[in-house]
Ligand binder design. Structure first.
Ligand code: HEC
Length: 124
């Protein structure tokens, strides 16, 4: 009986370890965006979700936004998040939650909002 338990535990441990290893793999920027960012920024980056509106999130897709921010700025924001004047958190820092690789891929992902959204020439 004890042996059975040990085998069962070993089985469970292996199963869970494997799942964790899968989860820890760097996922695609689109997937991370949907899971970690879209609640506030929206799938389209315009920030028109209820949380986004409540926080008055900046529209990431406008030409102005894209032109005024360097890749370094975007990366810095994702790594460190931001707080308001009173130190209340507005965006959580993703340092430690996402790897540097994942953050770099998100910067590239955010850059695509511009080309996609304005590809028909309109400023939405
Ligand atoms: C809890 C809501 C929330 C989540 C989740 C969130 N953000 Fe933000 N984000 C904000 C807010 C609010 C701002 C506006 C910055 C400010 O006013 O302090 C912002 C601003 C930004 C900016 C623009 C910063 C600038 O230069 O003005 C980028 C880029 C950004 N977020 C990327 C991301 C990415 C990538 C994720 C997911 C990994 C993410 N955000 C998740 C709330 C959020």
């Amino acid at each position: 009986m004890r042996k059975f338990k040990r085998v069962l535990l070993l089985f469970l441990a292996t199963t869970f370890t494997c799942q964790c290893a899968l989860l820890a793999k760097p996922s695609s920027a689109t997937k991370i965006w949907k899971i970690q960012c879209a609640s506030c920024h929206g799938n389209d980056g315009k920030g028109r979700t209820s949380i986004g509106k409540a926080l008055n999130v900046v529209d990431l897709t406008t030409e102005d936004f894209q032109a005024l921010r360097s890749d370094e700025d975007l990366k810095n924001q994702i790594q460190n998040g931001s707080t308001d004047d009173r130190g209340v958190m507005r965006m959580i820092p993703f340092n430690g939650i996402l790897s540097e690789e994942e953050i770099d891929s998100l910067v590239a992902f955010i850059r695509e909002f511009k080309t996609e959204e304005n590809s028909d020439g309109s400023q939405k």
